[in-house]
Design a protein around this ligand. Structure first.
Ligand code: FAD
Length: 464
């Protein structure tokens, strides 16, 4: 790995791969870094190594990633898998961990294509062994072919839950029950967005086909479920929930939940880029212009890390970001950049027609986001409960970062990745303010876990 590149791209998902292919065509020095062993990001995880049968089960959308991976392999960009980016600053200096050694690199332009993560929503019992996020289940399936062998209950809200149920059904997994926590009023609230969504009707059709197939396979779905609780002594034994005004229980050793996805903002935060609350997507995202330029010159964002818009949109955004980087490097003129972006932008906008409908349809109710039950653990690393956070607010700590100082919430191994959103919602609820008025935990390097030995290897490298 060199110490300097003209363009550094962080993240080998659809956005990062598309950006690399576009940029490398111009013969610049360009490197793509990703902490995963294989390329493809979340949606196309394991696309180059997946056995044929598993690829068939995962569906046509997944297989689409093969073309992108092939195009990337043919381009001249350098690729560094198993490479964690643990810091990024406003001078475009990047801290990486590669082959268990830390290194600092510089780049003239940086595209952050770090994608999304599942939105962690704490609920009673969510830390019990046997409860996991649906995305984690899908990762196990895509990368290793591992599926539940003793049945699973799926619960939550969002397209990924439906997709996983369908993929599991294809793989012969016993999906015991689907608990849909989407509020029953949401579809009505989403109706005004339907005409625009119809412009991207293939997404709606896909969802309806999944629902039809699940029904035909005899997989039962309960709509309008609330009050989800995972119950067990040392591990999950049963799931309790409220449905049609009554309490229900289903015994299971495995529960997978999903509450939508949110942008991975830890690197752009560490760099000091400005962020804003997106009330439609119920998350923070970096502020950026139509090219992905953030508030810091030379740091561009693309894909779901810039705001959730899906895989195809991420691909277009990656190409646009690359065109902008090439313009900033003086390789393309403004006219060339603009000309080459016209069709890309049109296609990206077409992909995005579905988003406002999906965001309204799958909006998570404030009551779930703000963790009403005071005994529910919110910070898994430091075992801080919702009650502890509310108590900190009652003691005049009316901001997420102040709550962090007082309670250690967000100071554990994950550095707040799992609790930052929930804390912001609880603080907002307890103070009666909007979430946007509250702050997000400040992100500082290292943004991913790093041992002291790994960090210390940095000075040795520099001495040499
Ligand atoms: C768990 C999960 C599963 C999903 N599955 C699907 C699906 O099956 N179908 C679908 O349509 N959508 C899925 N999505 C949504 C999907 O992520 C996107 O729409 C699409 O993949 C976004 O592409 P992207 O290039 O922006 O980011 P991603 O595909 O997420 O790629 C981002 C890449 O950045 C890397 N990265 C992040 N931070 C660092 C760092 N600090 N150092 C090094 N590398 C880093 C990650 O390893 C990742 O490979 C899923 C989302 C999640 C969170």
């Amino acid at each position: 790995m060199k110490n300097h590149y003209q363009l550094l791209i962080i993240g080998a998902g659809p956005a990062g791969l598309a950006a690399a292919v576009t940029a490398a065509k111009q013969g610049i020095s360009c490197a793509l870094l990703d902490e995963q062993t294989t390329l493809g990001g979340q949606i196309y995880r394991g696309i180059e190594t997946v056995p044929e049968q598993r690829a068939q089960i995962l569906g046509a959308e997944y297989q689409r990633g093969k073309g992108l991976a092939d195009a990337f392999r043919e381009c001249e960009a350098e690729y560094f898998p198993d490479t964690k980016v643990w810091s990024l600053n406003n001078e475009r200096e990047v801290g990486v961990l590669h082959n268990d050694k830390s290194q600092l690199l510089r780049a003239d332009q940086i595209i952050v294509a770090s994608g999304a993560m599942e939105r962690p929503v704490p609920f009673s019992g969510w830390t019990l062994p046997g409860v996991m996020q649906a995305g984690a289940g899908q990762i196990l399936f895509k990368s290793a072919g591992v599926v539940p062998d003793d049945g699973v209950v799926l619960a939550g809200s969002g397209p990924l839950l439906l997709l996983l149920a369908w993929q599991y059904m294809q793989a012969g997994v016993d999906v015991k029950l689907m608990l849909d926590l989407t509020p029953l009023g949401n579809p009505l609230l989403a109706m005004p967005k339907l005409p625009r969504a119809l412009l991207a009707h293939h997404y709606l059709t896909k969802g309806l086909v999944y629902q039809r197939d699940l029904k035909r396979a005899g997989i039962s779905t309960k709509l309008g479920v609330s009050d989800l609780r995972a119950v067990g002594m040392d591990e999950l034994q049963a799931v309790h929930y409220r449905y049609l005004g009554r309490e229900h229980i289903i015994e299971t050793g495995l529960l997978m939940t999903h509450f939508g996805v949110i942008p991975h903002i830890w690197l752009t935060q560490a760099a000091g880029c400005q962020h804003q609350w997106d009330s439609s997507q119920q998350c923070w995202r970096p502020k950026h212009d139509q090219w992905g330029n953030t508030s810091i010159p030379g740091i561009i964002v693309a894909g779901d890390g810039a705001g959730i818009n899906g895989a195809k949109s991420a691909e277009h955004a990656g190409r646009l970001a690359a065109l902008q980087a090439l313009f900033a490097l003086g390789i393309l003129s403004e006219r060339e950049r603009d000309q080459q972006s016209v069709n890309e932008r049109k296609s990206m906008q077409a992909e995005r027609h579905i988003r406002p409908f999906l965001e309204a349809y799958f909006a998570i109710p404030q009551s779930s986001l703000a963790t009403a039950n005071k005994d529910t653990i919110v910070c898994r690393c430091e075992e801080i409960t919702a009650g502890d956070i509310r108590e900190a607010v009652a003691n005049c700590h009316d901001d997420s970062n102040q709550v962090k100082y007082l309670s250690r919430c967000g100071m554990g191994a994950c550095q707040g990745r799992q609790c930052a959103n929930a804390v912001a919602h609880i603080v907002a609820d307890a103070t009666g303010q909007a979430v946007s008025a509250n702050s997000h935990f400040r992100g500082r390097p290292p943004v991913v876990p790093l041992s002291l030995q790994q960090l210390a290897s940095l000075s040795k490298e520099q001495e040499q």
